[in-house]
Design a protein around this ligand. Structure first.
Ligand SMILES: [Zn+2]
Length: 633
């Protein structure tokens, strides 16, 4: 990264070029004794380019589209200029920057645009120094100069586009898709200063960065609270945030909440397409916490039965970074490790509770606890992932093997689930896209929900505040099993609904009228695909696919609204989570985020993390049957 500019390029941009307009006369034609000498260089452009290499101000740089745009990035240093003229320049600049310009400070330099504005052509009344500067900068020489500089910028833009860096490429992708958040002009006005961008990396800390990057990819880390600045730390955090956001199809701040210093960050994470909450005062919860100087740590609460969370008075904390200068010594609840300038405390795994109980016994205990939890609740939130459908005989798309078993034609063509579940296929190869989704639509229409559904419904319907379902399944099995459609929230949409592939009118309609005929062997739709009534384009399922920017989420948003209202009035909720995996953990995270007791039924990933509740390492139907076998349910 360090050598983005060649030595020659760097030299070209930073070396000042002297401009002597040849001096000027006053009205009385006295000798040319009033000098006008300035140096001009492109140091602001170097600052901009250096920032872009770190993924900062990329939009601003890529938006340089004409030689004239470069005038914002030239720097004028005054070498010799009449005192009177300097005073008038100061007054002129001060007038435009009333709150930010100190008229009494010596004038060391100005951006070209700012300087140039001080010398205005006013017809016959033009002051001589103004006329003199205007004659100078309106020469062909200047246009050629800017043109040359612009060619160099275009070369840099290409070079930047080719760099192997996640944040940078993400940013350029957003720019290409016209999805960037920042306004160019505001950015330029705000940042067109000679800021040197302190990008130095603490050499002692490379281990620390590796550890941090590994830690935050763990499944049990859902948020980070770090009241320290530091470009490299924040690049690591925001990189993970954007990756999760893309994987989960959620906005960055929902996919991976990050809490920064209450004074803000120097480099804007929005520049990278991420989002950092800046708490007004104090810190926010997180599984990973950086301990600032002003935060009290109650060491006595980190005893044998204690935890980092208790000692910090924060709910989730399990990993604590403390600056070496503040280190807390040994803590019974955690291991201690020195990494660079930090001490890392890792909370010991939570294992005390079931000590001395055999696995079989412990399972019985858990089932009983689950049953008691359900009995004590006056509202049930049922959250479900793909594992819920497996017991009804639906295929498991986990891993290429599982997926290709269900779709041999796609195996033959080496098309992965990730590739076929892409909105682009509806324009590129609609017969194939609908071959896949048409088959799934038929399959879900023909599937009978397993017995667990009806038992669960009976149980849930008897609760004082009833139930709600939150599911990533698009198969409509809950509705089919008799659950009230108004009590279901489908966070990835529904295959039983359609939308225009262009998203026109934001309209979503039922797929009932579409009866797909599919050649399963070749994964091809044989009849005509459904169409949008409005524009005639091919319609697609109203499902959130991978890299899907056209999913119509209005139906989901409405469901989510009703769910929030229901949660707000229910006082005593228990969550039953069924077959929600870690690969696309939207459902798991949603339940964990709410903080109500959680019954996690999952044969592969039963661990509860820090959530209160019970875990049953079983399939959905087995788990439900076990709970129902306890008298009282
Ligand atoms: Zn349309």
């Amino acid at each position: 990264m360090a050598n983005f500019l060649t030595a020659d390029e760097h030299q070209l941009l930073t070396q000042a070029e002297r401009h002597d307009t040849g001096g000027y006369d006053n009205w009385h034609k006295t000798p040319r004794d009033r000098p006008f000498v300035v140096d001009i260089d492109a140091r602001p452009l170097v600052a901009l380019i250096n920032a872009t290499v770190f993924g900062v101000r990329v939009y601003e740089f890529m938006a340089i589209q004409r030689p004239g745009d470069l005038l914002h990035y030239l720097w004028v240093t005054i070498i010799a200029l009449d005192d009177e003229v300097i005073q008038s320049v100061k007054e002129s600049v001060a007038y435009r920057n009333r709150y930010a310009f100190d008229e009494n400070a010596p004038l060391s330099g100005l951006s070209f645009v700012e300087f140039d504005r001080c010398f205005i052509w006013q017809g016959d009344d033009t002051d001589l120094e103004d006329a003199c500067w205007r004659r100078h900068v309106e020469q062909q020489y200047w246009r050629d100069k800017l043109s040359d500089l612009f060619s160099l910028v275009v070369t840099m833009q290409h070079r930047l586009s080719g760099m192997d860096d996640f944040l940078l490429q993400n940013e350029i992708g957003l720019i290409d898709d016209k999805k960037h958040r920042q306004d160019f002009f505001a950015t330029v006005q705000r940042k067109c200063i000679l800021d040197s961008h302190n990008l130095s990396v603490d050499a002692d800390s490379s281990d620390f960065y590796t550890v941090l990057a590994d830690m935050i990819t763990q499944d049990d880390v859902h948020s980070v609270s770090c009241p320290f600045g530091g470009l490299t730390i924040w690049r690591i955090l925001v990189t993970e945030q954007i990756k999760r956001s893309q994987r989960l199809g959620l906005p960055p701040d929902e996919a991976f909440p990050l809490y920064g210093p209450d004074t803000g960050l120097n480099d804007l994470p929005e520049d990278w397409g991420g989002y950092v909450h800046i708490p007004y005062e104090g810190m926010h919860d997180g599984e990973v916490v950086f301990l600032p100087g002003w935060r009290v740590f109650h060491t006595e609460k980190a005893g044998i039965d204690g935890s980092l969370a208790k000692a910090m008075r924060m709910q989730g904390c399990r990993y604590l970074f403390v600056p070496k200068s503040r280190e807390l010594g040994d803590l019974p609840c955690a291991t201690r490790e020195k990494i660079g300038n930090w001490v890392l405390y890792r909370q010991n795994p939570y294992h005390q509770r079931l000590k001395g109980i055999t696995l079989l016994d412990s399972l019985q205990v858990q089932i009983k606890e689950a049953s008691e939890l359900i009995a004590s609740a006056d509202a049930l939130l049922i959250t479900a992932g793909a594992g819920m459908g497996v017991d009804s005989g639906l295929p498991d798309f986990r891993g290429n093997e599982g997926f290709w078993n269900a779709y041999p034609a796609l195996a033959k063509a080496n098309i992965k689930f990730y590739d076929i579940a892409s909105p682009n296929n509806f324009s590129d190869d609609p017969k194939l896209a609908w071959g896949f989704y048409g088959h799934r639509l038929q399959l879900y229409r023909n599937t009978q929900p397993h017995a667990g559904f009806s038992k669960l419904l009976k149980l849930a319907a008897n609760k004082k505040h009833g139930y709600f379902v939150f599911t990533s399944n698009v198969d409509g099995q809950f509705q089919k099993a008799g659950f009230d459609p108004k009590r279901i929230c489908e966070c990835h949409g529904s295959i039983h609904h359609l939308q225009c592939q262009n998203g026109c009118l934001h309209y979503i309609w039922k797929a009932d009228a579409f009866l797909p005929e599919v050649d399963v062997i070749n994964c091809q739709l044989l009849n005509s695909p459904p169409q949008c009534d409005c524009c005639g384009e091919i319609a697609r399922p109203n499902i959130l696919m991978f890299n899907d920017f056209k999913w119509e989420d209005s139906r989901y948003r409405l469901q989510r609204q009703v769910l929030s209202e229901w949660l707000a009035q229910a006082k005593n909720v228990v969550i039953i989570e069924l077959g929600a995996g870690k690969e696309i953990p939207t459902v798991r995270h949603y339940g964990e985020m709410l903080g109500w007791p959680l019954i996690r039924i999952n044969p592969r990933d039963p661990d509860l993390g820090s959530s209160p509740g019970v875990s049953l390492p079983m399939g959905a139907l087995d788990g439900l049957s076990a709970i129902f076998s306890i008298p009282g349910n």
